[in-house]
Design a protein around this ligand. Structure first.
Ligand code: HGY
Ligand code: MN
Ligand code: MN
Length: 412
């Protein structure tokens, strides 16, 4: 049996999905639970129903589209990813894994394959941290890494709680019902663009992910003394923005000091209050993202940043406090799935290489409830989270074909 992915069908659906955006093409902005997100979800559900998959959604909007196997009670196999997109993003991050997963399932069915284990296509809610401040919200909840108290505790930028936002979006079931049964799945495989340059540079078709980096994010709030930009003498100032600026540079030097390319640190958000040109900032809030595949190295960077905060606070006479949003351990992918991906590549004559993922993915949390693997495809220049993010139809087709073969093997 050879599953033949339909490149035109897959490309057409990716093009259509990209039109659900709150920004004009080529940018994609698709924030969770917005009307745009809900219309994109409705489109995906229509495709799943056209593919005769049975669709259900849980209380946070995670979607499960099932191709029931001949042994419907056996632990199932799953694939999937996300369709939410950060502001001013591209059209392939996440969507390749969702529509590529659907295409892999259709290709298997069209090749006459009959799975013993059911195969689920999953769409995870809010993989991006944009609205609720924490990444992988849906997969955290279904893997039990976040409990139902998140419903009231997490609020979006608009001040509305997760519970209010999900109810408005039509997801009213209790979050207590979201966690998966421990034997729900025997394997999970996610197809995703690499979001880095290594595969393209090496001219390799497929990346076989061996580990996913340990992400952490925190809010650092700096409070100084405001005042009139003209009247307050420089020697009398406790400028909250300049203190935060020093801390931001401290994040960079703390990450660089680790000496490993696998350590990264980013200050992606900086909110200055009151934000007037002629007012000395009295408060500045930074959002800081620090990652490494090595947990001890990642935590050493966090400690260096805390030390920088303490030193800056005392020297500049400001108050600095840090709130941890998440600090997750890394994960290793399942050796048997790594091998299945490599063998599928060999059988199709695709080149492949093992690699780590510095981006986090829903696979990071699915690995807590099932043996997990990831298939990467190259993206042009390694660019991602930008409108010029691009993966070729050939690369996407190769990724979906390998995924189909791996799903077939895991579901027998
Ligand atoms: O930030 C990440 O790693 C993911 O793309 N949300
Ligand atoms: Mn992303
Ligand atoms: Mn992604």
């Amino acid at each position: 049996m050879t599953a033949r992915v339909d490149p035109q069908r897959l490309a057409r659906e990716l093009d259509t999905l990209a039109t659900f955006s709150d920004e004009p093409a080529p940018a994609v902005t698709r924030i969770v639970f917005t009307d745009t997100d809900l219309r994109a979800r409705a489109y995906l559900k229509s495709l799943c129903r056209d593919a005769a998959l049975s669709v259900r959604e849980d209380g946070v909007g995670n979607l499960y589209a099932r191709w029931t196997g001949t042994d419907p009670h056996a632990p199932a196999v799953a694939t999937g990813s996300h369709i939410d997109a950060i502001p001013h993003a591209g059209r392939f991050d996440g969507t390749v894994g969702v529509l590529g997963g659907l295409e892999a399932i259709r290709a298997l069915r069209e090749a006459g394959f009959r799975a013993r284990r059911s195969i689920d296509l999953m769409l995870f809610t809010s993989e991006e941290p944009t609205r609720f401040g924490i990444g992988c919200l849906g997969s955290r909840l279904l893997s039990g890494s976040l409990d139902e108290s998140a419903g009231e505790r997490l609020t979006g930028g608009d001040g509305r709680s997760l519970n209010d936002a999900r109810a408005d979006a039509g997801f009213g079931d209790s979050l207590a019902l979201v966690p998966l049964a421990s034997d729900a799945y025997c394997a999970f495989v996610e197809l995703h663009i690499e979001q880095g340059p290594l595969l393209e540079r090496a001219g390799v078709d497929i990346g076989v992910v061996t580990a996913i980096a340990a992400p952490s994010s925190q809010r650092i709030i700096v409070e100084g003394e405001g005042g009139h930009a003209g009247a307050v003498l420089m020697r009398d100032r406790h400028d909250a923005f300049l203190a935060a600026a020093e801390i931001a540079l401290g994040v960079e030097s703390a990450a660089r000091a680790s000496g490993s390319d696998d350590t990264v640190g980013t200050v992606g958000v900086c909110e200055v209050f009151p934000g007037a040109v002629n007012s000395v900032p009295s408060r500045t809030t930074l959002a800081v993202d620090i990652r490494d595949v090595d947990l001890a190295r990642r935590d050493a960077v966090l400690e260096r940043v805390s030390a920088a905060c303490r030193e800056t606070a005392s020297r500049r006479g400001v108050n600095v406090r840090a709130e941890t949003i998440n600090a997750d351990p890394p994960t290793r992918c399942e050796p048997a799935i790594i091998e299945a991906i490599e063998q599928a590549c060999d059988a199709r004559g695709f080149t492949h290489q093992r690699m780590i993922s510095r981006a986090y993915h829903d696979s990071l949390f699915m690995s807590r409830v099932a043996p997990t693997g990831m298939i990467f495809i190259p993206c042009r220049g390694g660019l991602s989270h930008r409108p010029d993010e691009y993966a070729s139809p050939e690369a996407i087709t190769r990724g979906a074909s390998v995924l189909a073969d791996v799903l077939a093997r895991l579901s027998t």
